[in-house]
Design a protein around this ligand. Sequence first.
Ligand code: CU
Length: 267
Amino acid sequence: MRKVLGLGVAGLVAIVVAGVSVSLAAPPSSSKGLLPDVIEEVPSHLTVQNNQQGEWLRFTTVHINVGAGNLQIRGGGQVAPCDIDGIHYDQCTVATQEILDASGAIVATQPAGVALFHPEHNHWHQSAVAEFAVRATIDGPPISAGVKITFCFVDVEFTGATGSAKKAQPRTYFECNGDLQGLASGWADSYHQSTPLQELDVTGLEAGDYYLTHLADPDDHWLESNEANNFTWVKFRLSRKGANPEITVLDHSDCVPKVICGFGGNP
Ligand SMILES: [Cu+2]
């Protein structure tokens, strides 16, 4: 398996070693804050792409903040190289989640992994946003993947209220930068299947039925109002009748309430 986007505890250690020092505030307190609740749309647009390196299952994923508060993540301000799962990044910074109250004031913070400049995407990513895997059963061991992916957050598509209530959920986060990014309440962000890294290696995988699973926030480094709704899956059949494998979707986890299944598509 190509290890291109893993990120873990080793990265945090490396950042500290590299000399970034940050002062993180006290343990999380959500008593006065409005918490985000990031959920995952069922992965869509499954296809297999063949290239010289092998066969790649590609898919679109969408993050939607259905919580009352924004997911807001601020970079540490100091930038240093780091090595994460064997991958070197020239620019990394400590990321901190900020919990806001209704007036937009910061009422709590907590460590939220690492923000890093991703050369292939040419912008800043947050660490450990999601974990993709192909499995024979929903909770079985990964056949492919198991790496934690990095991702930029930006408000792309509004999914929340309409009319006057919509004004209470303004588009807030516009750029994939290292200083500040997030997903405002009611907003969704997506990575289209054509985006680099929206892929898992399925080279030589024998024909059969499999699950593509998507776990958000696998390190549990965001404080959310519901921590139990971060997992989605698609069951698919891989057939090998012709030269190239074909994918047929058989089933999927429940669609996001109030949001159409297969909503995604913004590159
Ligand atoms: Cu990116």
